[in-house]
Design a protein around this ligand. Structure first.
Ligand SMILES: N[C@@H](CCC(=O)N[C@@H](CS)C(=O)NCC(=O)O)C(=O)O
Length: 202
């Protein structure tokens, strides 16, 4: 079993943090997005969408999508639990995880992807769309600051996969100057707390 990874990018980081929290060690193989190695036939044969991360099983099956990979390991090693212990908790954590993925990480990622020289000529880019995503992400930070006024973590009173997606999304915002504002003290307190976990460096 191995994981195709690229250390500079946010989605592979989600899986590395998740596995670090679980204490699971899987060999990582670097695929360089910078040189478009992920768009070469050898990698497209593993994942035709060309995205990372991808988990390769020993029988030759390839599992893409960060949350699907996390789900597999959660069921293999349920503790420490990061995705919920009963139906109700699983549903609420999933709600928050999806919100953090679509309303934070996807917005900060699209703000970058649609403006950066890095992807110029490689993917279609639209500066107006980047601006919409950037402005929406700024609003989502305001929303999250209010949400975090009455609880320590994104999905409740303990650290979950929703915190991983949110932290990775917030951190990626820095690349297009989407930042936690000084008055967003709840968001800052949460970010300091999750960033101080050893897994954040994974
Ligand atoms: N929904 C996918 C998104 C994967 C994704 O977009 N990965 C980015 C890195 S963060 C990628 O591989 N980008 C390279 C490209 O689009 O060429 C997931 O959750 O794993």
């Amino acid at each position: 079993m191995k994981i195709y990874d690229f250390t500079q990018d946010p989605n592979p980081r989600r899986v590395r943090i998740f596995l670090a929290e679980k204490g699971i060690s899987v060999p990582y193989v670097q695929v360089n997005i910078g040189t478009a190695e992920n768009r070469q036939p050898a990698f497209l044969a593993k994942n035709p969408l060309g995205t990372l991360p991808v988990l390769e099983f020993d029988d030759g099956a390839f599992l893409a999508e960060s949350v699907a990979i996390c789900r597999y390991f959660e069921e293999q090693k349920p503790e420490p639990n990061l995705m919920g212990r009963d139906s109700r908790e699983r549903a609420f954590i999933e709600m928050w995880q999806r919100r953090m993925e679509f309303e934070v990480l996807n917005l900060t990622a699209q703000s970058f992807r649609n403006t950066t020289e890095f992807f110029k000529g490689r993917i279609p880019q639209n500066k107006e769309y980047a601006e919409v995503c950037r402005n929406t992400a700024i609003k989502r930070f305001e929303w999250l600051d209010k949400e975090l006024a009455n609880r320590p973590y994104i999905a409740g009173d303990r650290f979950t996969i929703a915190d991983i997606s949110a932290m990775v999304g917030v951190d990626f915002g820095r690349l297009t100057n989407i930042r936690i504002q000084p008055e967003q003290t709840n968001l800052k307190r949460w970010h300091d707390s999750v960033s101080s976990r050893p897994s954040a460096k994974a």
